[in-house]
Design a protein around this ligand. Structure first.
Ligand SMILES: NC(=O)c1ccc[n+]([C@@H]2O[C@H](COP(=O)([O-])OP(=O)(O)OC[C@H]3O[C@@H](n4cnc5c(N)ncnc54)[C@H](OP(=O)(O)O)[C@@H]3O)[C@@H](O)[C@H]2O)c1
Length: 247
């Protein structure tokens, strides 16, 4: 029997990047996937068809996290279709590279709204469905940036540090329902927003990584699925780094 047979898992921001890799890992281990993207796109449609091939009952929903009503509408549809949810991966994220002095209020707003409010509202609205699971799992995507800070990323770093505080507090509150809540903190990976990093900077950064390479998206996905598994039932309230030894 596959590890996630019979489980329903939602991965926000699963149209591409790390979210897509996590969705694949969960689906290939038997989970039914609730995929999410901010909007309909070629990428989200392609991912949906690929996931459907391995997990036929999976669904795709859209909600722009900058719009509260869209999150509410999406969660209503999810709750109408699925009686319970076992696994929530709060993965959707936005980044704006700009020094604090130059960053506009609008850029700050996008990063905090998608990363913090998105995680808050999705979790808040979905928790009644997760409470119906006998062993719920929540994994929140933080980042090394939330632990150590990074030049030109004040808003992003603030949002990723907030995710860690949220994770630790929520874990304490809902442990009594046998729901675990953990955060993971990747550093450089071969996927998603990391591909936008300037090449020279990335090469220099790799030299300071003890394992001398970036992380693979599959490695991140396997860490997330481990935290969602039965074997990780005693791990909660943690912020787990996956960074090649960088810090
Ligand atoms: N990649 C890395 O190396 C790395 C390292 C550390 C942490 N992380 C974290 O891991 C997570 C995934 O990162 P990634 O690099 O895979 O990201 P990505 O490839 O840029 O994908 C971002 C995902 O979030 C969704 N999203 C973006 N803006 C949104 C909005 N306004 N409303 C709703 N959804 C929105 C996107 O949907 P659309 O396709 O519809 O735009 C997409 O599915 C993020 O939380 C990120 O901070 C990534």
């Amino acid at each position: 029997m596959k590890r996630f047979e019979g489980k329903i898992a939602i991965v926000t921001g699963s149209s591409r990047g790390l979210g897509k890799a996590i969705a694949f890992e969960l689906a290939s281990e038997g989970a039914t996937l609730i995929l999410h993207a901010s909007k309909k796109s070629t990428e989200s449609t392609k991912t949906f068809h690929q996931i459907k091939n391995i997990s036929p009952n999976s669904e795709l929903y859209f909600a722009n996290f900058l719009n509260h009503d869209e999150i509410v509408a999406m969660m209503r549809l999810v709750q109408k279709k699925f009686r319970r949810v076992d696994i929530l991966i709060n993965n959707a994220g936005a980044i704006k590279r700009q020094t604090f002095l130059k960053m506009t209020d609008e850029e700050w707003d996008i990063v905090t709204k998608v990363n913090i409010y998105g995680t808050y509202f999705v979790t808040k609205l979905l928790l009644p469905s997760i409470l119906k699971s006998t062993a719920g799992r929540i994994v929140n995507m933080s980042s090394i940036c939330g632990l150590v800070g990074e030049y030109g990323l004040t808003g992003y770093c603030m949002s990723k540090a907030a995710i860690i505080g949220f994770t630790k507090a929520l874990a304490k509150e809902i442990a009594k329902y046998n729901i675990t809540v953990n955060a993971i903190c990747p550093a450089f990976t071969d996927a998603g927003m990391a591909n936008e990093i300037e090449r020279n900077f990335l090469q220099q950064s790799i030299q300071s990584i003890p394992l001398k390479r970036v992380g693979k998206k599959e490695e991140v996905a396997k860490l997330v699925t481990f935290l969602c598994s039965e074997d990780a039932g005693y791990i909660t309230g943690q912020a787990i780094s996956i960074n090649g030894g960088l810090i």
